[in-house]
Design a protein around this ligand. Structure first.
Ligand code: ADP
Ligand code: MG
Ligand code: MG
Ligand code: MG
Ligand code: MG
Ligand code: MG
Length: 694
């Protein structure tokens, strides 16, 4: 989450006085990191996921599923037992780590130690996640359950949606009409606020939704805060779901992944390759169709978070001339990536086609230090923002050993992909974090998406894949990704030819012994690798590069085409040696790329079978033969006997939905429209259940 639990926060006035101090020292800290780590090489693949949960408290008598606000007690209890366990269990590497999150009903878990490139680690993701969930369960009350739901359907409705109940009149930091102060973690502090926050999410208009719809649950005349009248005075839009506090966004759960690269260049290539994947995976993992008790016309959390973290002033938004502020800033702090950063020959300047304001002074400092223009611009862009909060304990640190000021800005720039430099004097290397995915209801699904992204990231390196499309098209994909039913109905810009000019994917040919083995693909890639890894040789630029216009490099594809491939209309003139790749060549789809990569691995048929279950889930979500989580939730509501087709998700429907979600996760309720027929949690291999059964 960034900025949780770091000490004693200064007031906003004090914080803003320190803005230049933090930026200046932040860059000094980054320069120390740069000097120390720029030539670091050979770091192995280490990687890990982050899973966020909401704790639900069921009240079976009133049929209410509420958010349990016991984060502090639960974490204290978890951490105590972790200390005890570490004393007992020699292999304490497997004991997970739990973090607080912004909302007091949330928890985050990460694996006890990062996964390595071993196939065993890859195949242990589901059981690792499962173990973490069981671990949480052990520390809950009997009526509480951790659910991996992206947005809580009835956050901020009138009546009782938390356990215990609090009045929203207590919302001293947000002045929300709907959310009490007590939904926010004691650890969370974000101060910079231009005005009271306003989010309007399009409402899903159903058969009997009253029109025009102005939310009847907005209190018309609350007398607590001066802004209380704003909602009815135009802040709440017709036919929209109105929300007015950071917690509506920051209180959402997600699924993230971090990879370590062998060196900074590889990390920059990985970052760039994952940027176009941000919206694609957001659409595929869509899981948040219900907000503040209403069905919405979007399926994803992203735009809500983006609005919630949008603390730009009127000047920064370009609505007023710049006086107090220095920059017009096109996007929120929480948004899609603005700039590709690789220095690879593939990264044409034309791909960076949107306005990226940056701090000129910082840019010059970085360039004068010997850092290339792209990375300098990336950092100087992050550093146009003000720190959100400064902690008194960390104002004056040692810039050689601390990264507090650097991280202050770095970790409050929430983009779809994050480029993570190593901390100072750390064994950790350059890392890239993939941040767009929504969390799924079961660990099987979460593991499937994680495994898919990890394998795709390895295919990117092994085959020197090129996913570049202009950043403006990635942004357009971001907005398409969030629309209702985007997977089945949407089209997305995607690159037509992802292989390096002149290369084809390795093909599998039966050998004399009857087993399949891939033919050699390019010099330096040993086939039959025994693990996932970093450090693949980079394909050099072709001798004669005939530039084709950037607009001809991509086209609109359906999700099914992006994943399962299509007969491509490949550009025939990229390079003289591409004759073999000309007309009728096939875009193998992301899954084709992953399968080709799997063919290079030395894995046995049972391992391949296990991986194929994950891949199949991704394939079936992409081709629409299984519903996305969002579509399934929407259909659950619309087929509920008490639903009135008026867009409203009642307490009873929410209760039944949460019960169903818990039962699905436990393998009790079968939902063949969402999960493969043979899904049952007991199938997850290698469970630690016997040892740590709650
Ligand atoms: P943040 O919230 O800043 O993204 P977290 O600590 O919550 O960071 O999660 C970091 C993730 O990175 C975890 O999944 C962890 O297992 C993983 N990880 C830890 N060390 C490494 C490393 N050296 N390389 C790659 N991933 C790592
Ligand atoms: Mg988190
Ligand atoms: Mg985080
Ligand atoms: Mg963190
Ligand atoms: Mg985290
Ligand atoms: Mg993270």
């Amino acid at each position: 989450m960034g900025l949780l639990n770091l000490g004693t926060p200064l007031t906003w006035d004090e914080t803003s006085k320190y803005a230049d101090h933090v930026r200046g020292h932040g860059i000094t800290q980054f320069l120390h990191i740069w000097d120390e780590a720029k030539d670091r090489d050979g770091d192995e693949l280490l990687w890990g996921d982050e899973l966020e949960y909401m704790v639900i408290a069921f009240d079976d008598e009133t049929k209410n599923a509420k958010l349990s606000l016991r984060q502090a007690e639960i974490l204290a209890s978890l951490n105590k037992s972790i200390v005890d366990l570490k004393a007992d269990i020699p292999d304490s590497m497997t004991i997970p780590t739990f973090h607080p999150e912004y909302a007091r009903y949330m928890l985050e878990s990460i694996p006890g130690s990062p996964y390595t490139g071993s196939i065993q680690d890859l195949l242990s993701v589901a059981s690792n996640m499962h173990y973490r969930r069981l671990f949480v369960k052990r520390h809950l009350n009997p009526n509480e359950v951790p659910v991996t739901v992206t947005s809580f359907p009835r956050l901020g409705v009138p009546g009782t949606f938390t356990e215990p109940h609090f009045s929203p009149d207590s919302a001293k930091s947000s002045h929300s009409l709907f959310l009490p102060e007590e939904t926010i973690s004691q650890h969370a502090r974000y101060l910079r606020k231009a005005s009271k926050l306003t989010v309007n999410l399009p409402l899903f208009i159903d058969e009997r939704t009253p029109r025009p719809f102005l939310d009847p649950t907005i209190p018309p005349r609350r007398p607590v805060h001066p802004e209380d009248a704003d909602a009815m005075n135009g802040a709440a839009l017709i036919d929209h779901i109105y929300m007015d506090a950071l917690c509506f966004g920051a209180g959402c759960c997600c699924l993230q992944l971090t990879f370590q690269s062998c060196n900074i260049e590889e990390a920059r290539r990985m970052y760039d390759a994952l940027v176009p994947m941000g919206p694609i995976m957001l659409a595929l993992t869509a899981a948040s169709p219900i907000w503040r008790g209403y069905l919405s016309d979007v399926d994803c959390r992203w735009s809500v978070l983006s609005s919630c973290y949008d603390d730009r002033t009127a000047e920064e938004r370009g609505r007023e001339p710049l006086k107090e502020n220095k920059y017009v800033i096109p996007k929120s702090r929480f948004d899609s990536v603005d700039l590709y950063i690789s220095t690879d020959w593939n990264n044409k300047p034309a791909y960076n086609d949107i306005d990226v304001p940056y701090n000129q002074e910082i840019y010059t400092r970085l360039v004068n230090h010997g850092i290339d223009e792209l990375l300098s611009k990336h950092m100087a862009h992050i550093f146009i923002r003000d720190p959100l909060v400064v902690f008194s304990e960390t104002v004056d640190g040692d810039d050689e050993t601390s990264n507090d000021h650097f991280e202050n800005l770095q970790s409050t720039s929430w983009q779809t992909v994050r480029f993570k430099p190593p901390p100072p004097r750390s064994p950790m290397g350059w890392r890239v974090e993939f941040r767009s995915m929504e969390v799924q209801l079961t660990d099987f699904e979460n593991a499937a998406f994680v495994v898919f992204v990890v394998l795709l990231s390895r295919a990117v390196l092994a085959f020197s894949l090129n996913f570049y499309i202009p950043i403006s098209k990635v942004d357009e994909n971001m907005s398409r990704a969030q629309k209702r039913n985007a997977v089945r109905q949407g089209k997305f810009f995607f690159r037509k030819n992802v292989l390096p000019p002149g290369y084809m994917l390795p093909t599998t040919t039966p050998s004399s012994s009857g087993s399949s083995s891939p033919r050699g693909w390019q010099d330096g890639i040993p086939l039959k690798e025994t693990k996932l890894r970093n450090g693949f040789p980079r394909v050099p630029p072709p001798p004669m590069l005939v530039d084709i216009p950037v607009e001809d490099e991509y086209e609109e594809m359906s999700m099914e085409e992006i994943f399962s491939g299509k007969v491509g209309v490949q550009s025939t003139c990229t390079v003289s040696r591409t004759s073999q790749l000309s007309q009728g060549a096939i875009f193998p789809g992301l899954l084709g790329l992953v399968e080709a990569y799997l063919d290079t691995l030395d894995i046995n048929s049972s391992e391949r079978l296990q991986i194929s279950k994950y891949i199949d889930l991704v394939r079936r979500r992409a081709n629409g033969s299984l519903l996305t989580t969002a579509s399934w939730m929407r259909e659950f509501v619309r087929s509920h006997p008490s639903y009135k087709f008026d867009s409203t998700v009642s307490q009873e429907i929410n209760y039944d939905l949460m019960v169903a979600i818990d039962e699905i996760e436990r393998g009790v309720l079968r939902v063949p429209e969402l999960l493969p027929q043979d899904y049952a949690r007991s199938r997850v291999n290698g469970l630690h259940e016997s040892k740590y059964e709650p």
